[in-house]
Structures are given as structure tokens and as C-alpha cells.
Design a binder for this molecule. Sequence first.
Ligand code: BES
Ligand code: MN
Ligand code: ZN
Length: 493
Amino acid sequence: MDFELKTLSLAGAAGEKCDALVLLLSESFKPGKDALSRLAGEALKARDVEAKPGKLLQAYRSAGIAAPRVVLAGCGDGSGKRVHAAVQAAVGALRASGAKRLVIFLPADAKEDAVRAAVAATAESSYVYVATKSKPEGRELQRVTIGVADAKRQQPAFAAAQAAANGIEFARELGNLPPNHATPTRLGEEAKKLAKAHGMQCEVLGPKEVAKIGMGSFMAVAQGSDEPLRFIVLKYLGAASGEAPVVLIGKGITFDSGGISIKPSQDMDEMKFDMGGAASVLGTFRALGELKPAINVIGLIPSCENMPDGRSVKPGDIVKSLSGQTIEILNTDAEGRLILCDALTYAERFKPRAVVDIATLTGACVVALGGVRSGLFASDDALAQALLEAGETAMDACWRMPLDDEYSEGLKSNFADVANVAGRAGGAVVAAKFLQRFAGSFPWAHLDIAGTAWKSGGAKGSTGRPVGMLFQFLLDQQGTGPAKAAKRPAKRK
Ligand code: BES
Ligand code: MN
Ligand code: ZN
């Protein structure tokens, strides 16, 4: 979708040629003498619409207004959150109209968060999946103009929001692809394509190279599948070459059947979304490639299927991870941590200022936090704070979870250095404690996105989260020197 930011007055908005005009009414709305003001003023007076969030009124062929359709939408205090809800409602109401050209007029005192929210909500609510439909139809909206009082002042926020929206859409699209399309091989190809389009570096390793490096834990998960594994290394270098990078690691299980510890068949199709972490890393790189901020970022994606087979890894098998630690695999369905641990060890070679892994890791995290906030685990308070703040800014929030050492009690093994599962209690934290064993030498954070990466039921589909949070976090890290999030050495919690 094409977005444009434009300086507009109410009178100017009334004259804009488009299929539909959305006027956001905040509590501070001041009507002028133009046709649009008259319409809004009369509607407000008659209480047919209010500045209250959630209120919506549609008008058709209103005198003196160029757009045939006008939607008045209350946005309360004009904050990002309210604007997001109002734009979502307005774009939703216009969906059936077939409008191609849309103008969204923001309140005169709209801040950056309102601009960000308007772009995000428009992109989010107009996305339609068509990749595997025989008749690609549904997405009508082509061009959206965001009207503000001072376009120049809002331009940086607008550009970042647009890049984020494209990154989120890319992640959603990859996440929604069926598992026979979105294979590890396909993810590798998408990464290469992305790198080429935006002048980034990309390396895609296959089974032989990964064996040579010694990622025995990752290889164990992949060995039951006919699809060859891929280990994707993406490099976005926007700052001086000496500046320590942030490393993002995304879980790329393109289908999680559970393996020999097989899952129940109910809703098993949703395990195609188990590459949501990988998709979020690719989406974030897409946004980086478009906006080109001054920061260095490495993306690592271990990707494979988790399948039952005669060659599959079995409960009781012991494997040797890249770190040298041996792991007793007691449950083959706890495979995410097995591929991530080797990627965490691999990350050390980049001498990162911070490492963030993103994974649809545990059903327990869905129980704990539902689909509203992602679970955040961090060994470093400054890094945790930076991610929490980025999540709020991007309206893609997370919530910090504990990492007390007592949670790793159950991971003790009689036969290896560590087991891959413990009891059911505190499952999201136990998984994070397992990962922490492999993240010793840098400030580390783990995002469990099992509840937030996709929606189930009628609205089944990928959300593109947490691309918004990750991208905002990286933008916030610009120019913070060696590491805003890592002034102190990694502190174990
Ligand atoms: N991909 C799943 C986690 C998951 C489950 C995400 C349900 C979203 C919804 C992960 O690989 C998994 O199977 N985890 C197990 C871990 C358990 C065996 C310790 C789980 O959560 O049940
Ligand atoms: Mn699993
Ligand atoms: Zn999984």
C-alpha cells in the first residue's frame, strides 16, 4: 500500500479528491467555516457523532466535499491508542465500499504517536491474504493520504511507521503461508531476496555446513524431516563497522507436529505459525532495509520442521549442542529451545551489544499472558526496559517475567548436562531458563510470542508481531554508543 503524508487544513481536506475521507474527531476539535467543518459541527451538535472513542458516522455526497464518502470517527483524547481504534473502525466500515483512495485527516494537535497509529491501523485492517487463493480478491485500498497540520514535522515518525507497516505485513504474509510453501528452503530464499533488494548481506547454510559448525542440538530436531534445514544469517550494517551489533534470533520451525512426542491433531494446522519468530526477524529486516537507520543488526534464523519418522530424535536421546553442553531430549515437542540454543552460541562470534531471541516457545506463555502481551525475559535490566518501552511506543507490548534460578531445578538430568523439559509448572519460565544457559556472554532477552504471533478461530492468521516492537527498539538504540542497553556486563537474575 502507498502512504503519503500531507499538510492539510479542514478546508483542504474537504477539497481532496478521493473515494473516502475519514475525519478523526478529538475532544479538542475546532470547526472552521468550510463544508467539512459544517458537516462535523452539525453532527456533533445533533449528537449523531461524538468525540468519544468508538463513535462512527458515515455521510454520502455531502455538499461542498469532494469525497463521495465521509466517515466521522471519534478519537477521544487523540492519543495513539484512540487513533488506532478509530482508524481501525473507520477502515473496517469502508471495507465493503471498494474505496481505493483514502484520506485520513488527523486532529490538528496530533502527535507522533497518532501518525504512527494511523499508518499502523490502516495497514493492519486492510491486509488481505491472497497468496494461495485461486481468485485473488479482497484488497481494494491502494493509496492512503494522512492529513496533518504540519507534514514536515511529522515526516520522520511517518517514514518509520511506513517502514514498520511494510515489515509487519511481510511477517504476516510469511506466517500465513501454508507449511508446504513456507519451508526452511523458502525462508532462506526470501531472506536472500530481501537482502538483495535492500543491499544487505545474507548467507544461508544447509545441513552440511551446520554439521561442520557442530550444531548438534539444531540438527537433532531437523533429522526426522525430509525438508532440509536452513540456518539464515542476515546482516544489516547501517552504522560504523566497529559498532557492536544487536543480534536478533528467530525460531523458524515451519511445522511443529511435536515429533515423536506428537501433538494432538486438534488445531495442529496452527503449528505452521511456529516460524513466527523467524518471520518477525525477516519483517524487521525489511523495515530496516527501507528506513536505513544508523545501527548494525545481525539476524539469525535456525529453520527446520519437527516431524515424526524412523529417523526422528527420540525421547531419551542425548545430543551435543554447539556450546559443548549435552542435552537429554525428554520431550521432542520442546524443540524450539533446541534450535535456539545453538543459535545463541553462534551469536557470540558477533560480540553483540545485545541478543534478543523471538520464539513461539510455550503453550504455558499463552496461558500466562494470552494474546495481549508477549512474554519478556531478560538477564539485563536496561535491555528489558528498552524493550518494554519500545513495545508501548509501538503498541506491540510485552510483560516482564521472572528468571529466578529455582525455576531450573527440574531441568537436571541424570545422563546429560541438562534436560530439555521439566514439569508443567511455570513452563514459559523453565523454557527461558534453559535458553539462559546458552546466553552467558552478552546482555540477553527472550520474547515468548506463542500467544501474540497469531490469532485463532474466525480471525485465524498471523499478526506480524512483534515486528513493531523490535523495529522501535532498534530505532531507539541508534546513536546510543557502545550500548545503551548494555552499559553493564550481563547480570544473571
Ligand atoms: N510451538 C510450541 C509452543 C506453542 C504451543 C505455541 C501452543 C503456541 C501454542 C512448542 O514447540 C511446544 O510444543 N512447546 C511445548 C513445550 C512442552 C513440551 C514443555 C508446550 O508448550 O506444550
Ligand atoms: Mn513443539
Ligand atoms: Zn514449536
